[in-house]
Ligand binder design. Sequence first.
Ligand code: AMP
Ligand code: MN
Ligand code: MN
Ligand code: MN
Length: 278
Amino acid sequence: MKIDLHNHSYYSDGVLSPSEVVRLAKNEGCDVFALTDHDTTDGLIEAQKQADAIGLKLIHGVEISAMWSNMTIHIVGLGIDIDNKTLQAGLQQHQEFRQLRAEKMARGLGGAGVFGAMEKTQAIAQKGMITRTHFAQMLVQEDVCKDMKSVFKRFLTGKKPGGVGGKWAEYDEVISWIHAAGGQAVLAHPLRYRMTNTKVKRLLNHLSGAGLDAVEVVTGSSSTDEITLVSQWASEFGLLSSVGSDYHGWPNQRLRIGHLQDMSKANKTVWQDWSCLN
Ligand code: AMP
Ligand code: MN
Ligand code: MN
Ligand code: MN
């Protein structure tokens, strides 16, 4: 069974519409697919229509930004009820923070000589939500930087001109929103947080204490050694294992939906008890 539980559309910082991502997933041979946009579930209605039309099993998902120990982490919710009021109130709060943060980033960039950053970035963000990816695209488009990587280095992190601190909800609150909506909470891409392995283990320890259900063992960029390492952590902390490519559809992103490395049969999967698959 081909399964991919972490993907983006243009409702957050992906390039494709929800219908296009769903069709692509089907064409790539996916049997089960989750759309997990950052801090919004708005793309899922369109995605569900398309999934029904072509016969793809769609899992309703979301990737929520969260704070842990003053650092930003990402927690994916899978199998959520998108009509749940607690979840939607939380996402609303994050969307409002994104707007304020974008204005602050634009002011910072203005101070560094990049003018009209807000308007130019808004023109790129197709559905109103502004992410740092959109600022990065704008800075590449305006020839301020040569690629996304250098934008994040020069502008969008730490004390750089467009860097702003995260003020997302705390991890335990985010996990509780996902649970309120009947979903499972999954720590996304555990090896992408610029933390030492010791620190990631402390993170996993705290999150499992707050009810985390699973960790992403396989992501689009995982090596075999990384899969082995995260699998060990999953069993150490009593967590289920999830897989997701984190597909955004950027031209320079070589990975493909549904083309993920295998994990060991010993891993307990996040989908092991999903009734929709039996
Ligand atoms: P935000 O949630 O608005 O802070 O934006 C975070 C998004 O920016 C992530 O989900 C990635 O898609 C993207 N991103 C973060 N760091 C980098 C990087 N170094 N290079 C390219 N994209 C990045
Ligand atoms: Mn993203
Ligand atoms: Mn992420
Ligand atoms: Mn993602």
